[in-house]
Design a protein around this ligand. Structure first.
Ligand code: NAD
Length: 480
């Protein structure tokens, strides 16, 4: 669906520190509308001094924030959500322009962000500890969840708002302070808007800061700041690895959400219509630029031709263009760098090595035609690397065991298997080495459990309610 171009509002992403939006310390850098390349906003790189001040202000503000009641924090999170809801139409247009996604993608992203706030607002008022069985007479033992402290949060450009919110909402809910660095391609939806909404909601100064800027300087300064208690990073494997290495050397807690070379398996008894629809959706949603995109399609030989035909028949009908002004299925690739990375770096060398283009394979500026490659072997770069673009490589296997081995050969986040026999699907899924596997589906689920443990640590408190006799050597001697 095309969205209607509305007010051509121009945005500025500024550092938001200790409850204030600061004047830029460096040059303004344009933020481009991804479909047209026209600058529609601007940001500045936050300096090392600003990052340092943001973390210190967060550290100062965090203890009082942790002491507020869960009800009060819950109330503020709801006010934050209401503020995003109030700006719904404006934010949908903004997300389309800044990320190049369709209006469905923008609705999903804004909806997930609001839901995450509301979920955290509820979860924070739920049980956050336990009374443990006494291990000696008269002892009451409590365990309670304690905030970690200051969280440094670094996010990518594909779902800038909801990926920030994934850690921001539970982080704040459980009494942490958060310093966020959005991606440089999306500093408005991923940073400025969140700061404005939290500010309007009335969060105390300092508990949430935003420091826009690039990765190697602003991001690195934040990730290595000595006063962080957790660095939470979502992005590429390479940068995540670097950040985790630093965190390990400095005994710092780190949470990383990285990329995956996910697989979509079609066994010989699958419903091919269902499988083809799910495969097209899983591979091409938001131009294939999500961490759970199906990047490798592993298909048993007896159904490979029919599956490929069914996929191509669907891809033929897809339209590519500016989602702000046209009703299209796919928008632009986020940047030329990303386009060249997968086209020049993965698609062309795989074609040179023998892969065939069944459909697509070309582009006009950032508008890349959805592409199906056949004859892909497990050695080709399109198979061995995460694509992060609208390309579906199809690899034929002879047996189910071969399919399983290929799925597990690479790092994956989410995989799918299609089969007419659900128990066969379950047996296959149990042997797949990823945290998430779907039988006869390509949809994922996020959030929910695990939030409390991710953003707090457990503190054990023992209360002795009756006098205890200690060993004789610890007691006062009879002589005194
Ligand atoms: P990226 O790693 O290049 O950038 C991510 C963030 O890290 C950006 O904010 C960037 O400015 C920052 N950064 C870059 N270099 C840095 C450094 N040296 N120190 C500190 N910060 C630095 O990733 P990207 O290209 O923006 O995103 C695509 C990748 O993210 C893909 O691999 C994708 O699979 C992954 N991803 C994972 C998830 C998930 O939940 N697992 C979700 C979305 C995207």
């Amino acid at each position: 669906m095309g969205a209607t171009a509305g007010t051509h509002q121009s945005y500025e992403a500024r550092a938001y520190i200790a409850g204030r939006f600061e004047d830029p310390t460096g040059d303004w850098i344009p933020v481009l509308e991804k479909s047209t390349g026209i600058p529609f906003a601007r940001y500045t790189d936050s300096s090392a001094e600003q990052v340092d001040r943001a973390v210190r202000a967060a550290k100062d503000a965090q203890p009082a924030w942790a002491d507020t009641s869960a009800t009060e924090r819950s109330h503020l999170l709801r006010a934050f959500a209401a503020e995003l809801e109030r700006r719904h139409d404006e934010l949908i247009e903004l997300i389309i322009r800044e990320t190049g996604g369709t209006s469905e993608k923008a609705e999903e992203e804004l909806g997930q962000s609001i839901n995450q706030l509301l979920n955290s607002a509820t979860q924070v008022t739920e049980n956050a500890g336990a009374i443990l069985p006494p291990y000696k007479e008269g002892k009451i033992s409590l365990s309670r969840s304690v905030p970690l402290g200051v969280i440094g949060l670094i996010v990518p450009w594909n779902y800038p708002m909801s990926l920030a919110m994934r850690a921001l909402a539970p982080g704040l809910a459980y009494g942490n302070a958060v310093v966020l660095k959005p991606a440089e391609l999306t500093p408005i939806a991923g940073g400025q808007i969140l700061a404005e909404a939290a500010h309007a909601a009335g969060f105390p100064a300092g508990v949430f800061a935003v420091v826009p800027g690039d990765g190697p300087t602003t991001g690195r300064t934040l990730s290595e700041h000595p006063d962080l208690d957790l660095i939470h990073f979502t992005g590429s494997y390479e940068v995540g690895h670097q950040i985790a290495n630093f965190a390990a050397r400095s005994f710092r807690a780190v949470a990383t959400e990285l990329g995956g070379d996910n697989a979509f398996v079609v066994l010989d008894d699958a419903d091919l219509d269902q499988a083809a629809s799910a495969a097209v959706w899983s591979a091409l949603w938001y131009q294939g630029q999500t961490c759970i995109t199906a990047g490798r399609h592993i298909v048993m030989r007896s159904v490979a031709d029919a599956f490929t035909d069914a996929v191509v028949a669907r891809v033929e009908k897809l339209t590519v263009g500016n989602p702000l002004t046209e009703a299209v299925n796919l928008g632009p690739i986020i940047s030329e760098v990303q386009r060249d990375r997968f086209h020049t770096g993965l698609v062309l060398p795989s074609i040179d090595a023998g892969a065939k283009v069944a459909i697509g394979g070309s582009y006009d500026q950032l508008f890349y035609q959805p592409t199906v490659l056949t004859g892909v072997t497990p050695e080709m770069p399109i198979f061995t690397e995460e694509i992060f673009g609208p390309v579906m490589p199809i690899t034929i296997v002879e047996t189910e065991a071969e399919a399983l081995e290929l799925v597990n050969r690479h790092r994956t986040l989410m995989n799918s298997v299609f089969t007419g026999d659900q128990m066969r699907g379950l047996a296959f899924a149990q042997r797949v080495k990823s945290n998430e596997v779907h039988v006869n589906d390509g949809y994922a689920r996020h959030g929910g459990e695990g939030q409390l443990d991710g953003y707090t640590h457990r503190q054990w408190i023992g209360i002795q309610t009756t006098p205890t006799r200690y060993p004789a050597w610890a007691e006062a001697s009879p002589e005194g």
